[in-house]
Ligand binder design. Structure first.
Ligand SMILES: N[C@@H](CCC(=O)N[C@@H](CS)C(=O)NCC(=O)O)C(=O)O
Length: 256
């Protein structure tokens, strides 16, 4: 393959033809055919992201969970992913895969190129990818670190380090100048960001009143037909096994 590429490049150079790398990058490659795709799901948990993604794309998928039973759904999930049973777990053909952000990237890059992510030469490409990873890497990790600590002992002040409020404030700031975490358009990054931002306010880890842009973005998300279809299929009885809401969080703005 490498030799073939070198030969093509050399022939093009000798013949005076120019190869435009940018042109090749901006044109979305052809979609690969989608093999059977099954989502192993826990109601109200991160696996909603993948159901929602497939609803946005209007692509076929099979949804596996036991309605009304997190334990029953977990047993199904463990049967396919015994070593690391986290939701979402998916099967793509005969391959088992986990990590919601990575699953979204595989689905979009292989089976839906050009959809729900900015073109590679767009300025939104970099920020979109950053939020795709920020959702779990910086946001969810700090939210759950504060949540677990404050469940045990109510805080008196915030950490001077980047904490749960700082990570939500950074998202709020971005939304003051952009309609979506995808930038100009709704994208996979919005799908990644919704779950932890919803956790942040609904579990009282941060004060929702401090983040009006996040609240307004959530309202627009919840009005999307694909989001509503996801709720109907993936959370047919509403939220089950909800995590305990914090009675108190650290006073806002202590970091500054
Ligand atoms: N970073 C992973 C996190 C997956 C994860 O922890 N999922 C939770 C549900 S929201 C889970 O499976 N928890 C079960 C457990 O930890 O035992 C992702 O984004 O897919």
């Amino acid at each position: 393959m490498k030799r073939l590429l070198a030969l093509v490049t050399a022939t093009a150079l000798l013949s005076g033809a120019s190869i435009s790398v940018n042109a090749a990058q901006t044109k979305a490659p052809a979609a690969m055919p989608m093999p059977a795709f099954t989502i192993y799901h826990l109601e109200g948990r991160r696996s909603e992201r993948i159901v929602w993604l497939m609803e946005e794309l209007q692509m076929p998928y099979k949804l596996e969970f036991e309605r009304g039973s997190l334990a029953g759904s977990m047993a199904k999930l463990k049967a396919v992913n015994p070593d690391m049973p986290t939701a979402p777990t998916v099967t793509i053909g005969n391959q088992v895969m986990m990590e919601s952000g990575a699953i979204i990237e595989v689905v979009l890059n292989r089976y839906a190129p050009g959809k729900l992510q900015p073109a590679m030469d767009s300025p939104d490409y970099t920020t979109n990818l950053m939020w795709m990873h920020y959702a779990e890497g910086s946001l969810a990790s700090r939210l759950f670190s504060d949540y677990r600590a404050w469940l045990k002992e109510a805080p008196t002040k915030r950490s001077p380090l980047v904490d749960s409020e700082a990570v939500v404030a950074y998202a709020e700031k971005f939304l003051t100048t952009h309609p979506w975490f995808g930038g100009a358009e709704f994208s996979g990054a919005d799908i990644m960001m919704y779950w932890p931002l919803n956790v942040a306010t609904s579990l009282n880890i941060v004060d929702a009143a401090q983040f009006p842009k996040v609240a307004e973005w959530k309202t627009r998300i919840e009005a999307r037909p694909a989001y509503k279809r996801m709720l109907a299929k993936a959370r047919p009885d509403g939220l089950i096994g909800a995590l305990q809401k914090l009675p108190a969080h650290a006073p806002s703005g202590e970091r500054k």
